[in-house]
Design a protein around this ligand. Structure first.
Ligand SMILES: Nc1ncnc2c1ncn2[C@@H]1O[C@H](COP(=O)(O)OP(=O)(O)O)[C@@H](O)[C@H]1O
Ligand SMILES: [Mg+2]
Length: 294
């Protein structure tokens, strides 16, 4: 995708452009990665789902913290930009450009992933002691702020004290308070609708001297979403969104290195449906009302 704007960055999922001096345009593609490899087949509407979920949280959690988000409406773009690419509707975030914090603001409500690995090895999580006898995927006694460094290669789990060293006491404390409040309320809402948000990663940044929520917010890509009905402590619950893909890939003799194998059409369709279902469950809104869908 090329828009008539200065192109700043293309990640696994997003293309980022500059809009004037103080705004960014983030375009979220339908690319999906599994086992850290970007698959060849786009997942229809996935970028719209991620955009719609982020916009929903920014709206309903606005009392907790400000957001970088200015608009998701293509009509707020310059006409020449909006006309340059037919598939933009519903997948754009026009944002205020932030000075990003150099830490990832992770909050965990359940013991999984790298935190489970550390706990198994040493009984701690990001260096903090946890009660003995917890199982994989157990709910933690209370949600915990578990930051990590930001690195292109390998994020490192760090203690709160290290976060203070990296960004300063005031910002670390404020980032923790914002992240915990967003997760606590968001996870509660999602759980009532059948989805466990086991953990999530926020990216915060400073705009006009204020710490605000940037990037995507509590999406299936930045979080672990589990179906409540299939959560069994002591095992790894299925991913709400990626499970059809993972299940399929596990049937193959693939070493999880690029190039990825092709996905059958029915796996692509099933995965797209899961993303859409995640949006509809969490928000209680119909995805067909989102721009660019029908
Ligand atoms: N408001 C913002 N201001 C500046 N940078 C931002 C803002 N929101 C998100 N970002 C950055 O833009 C990039 C988004 O692209 P993405 O494809 O998600 O990257 P990644 O593959 O690194 O996750 C990230 O590096 C993120 O930190
Ligand atoms: Mg990202």
């Amino acid at each position: 995708m090329t828009l008539p704007l200065p192109h700043l960055y293309s990640g696994k999922v997003r293309d980022v452009y500059a809009v004037g001096d103080d705004q960014l345009l983030m375009v979220t593609s339908d690319r999906l990665s599994a086992f850290d490899v970007v698959l060849d087949e786009p997942i229809l509407h996935k970028g719209r789902v991620l955009t719609a979920i982020s916009a929903f949280w920014s709206e309903v959690l606005a009392d907790i913290a400000g957001s970088h988000l200015v608009s998701t409406d293509v009509n707020d773009l310059e006409p020449a930009v909006a006309a340059a690419e037919p598939d933009l509707a519903g997948r754009i975030m026009l944002c205020r450009k932030a000075e990003m914090l150099s830490i990832e603001c992770i909050v965990r409500g359940y013991l999984s992933g790298s935190a489970w690995k550390e706990y198994k090895a040493s009984g701690t999580m990001h260096g903090q002691a946890l009660p003995a006898g917890l199982q994989e995927s157990d709910q933690l006694p209370e949600p915990a702020f578990t930051p990590s460094t930001k690195s292109d290669v390998h994020d490192e789990n760090i203690s709160f004290a290290r976060a203070v060293d990296l960004v300063g006491e005031e910002q670390a404390t404020q980032a923790r308070a914002i992240s915990m409040a967003l997760y606590t309320r968001g996870a509660e809402m999602a759980r009532e609708r059948g989805i466990i948000i086991a953990d999530t990663k926020f990216e915060l940044g400073v705009v006009d001297g204020e710490l605000v929520v940037c990037d995507e917010v509590m999406t299936p890509d930045s979080s672990r979403f589990w179906p409540v009905a299939e959560w069994v402590p002591g095992s790894t619950p299925p991913s709400f969104d990626k499970q059809p893909v993972r299940d399929y890939l596990e049937t193959l003799d693939w070493d999880k290195n690029p190039p990825p194998p092709p996905l059958p059409a029915e796996v692509v369709t099933a995965t797209s449906s899961r993303y859409i279902e995640a949006y509809e469950r969490i928000t209680g809104r119909s995805f067909s009302a989102w721009p660019g869908v029908s």
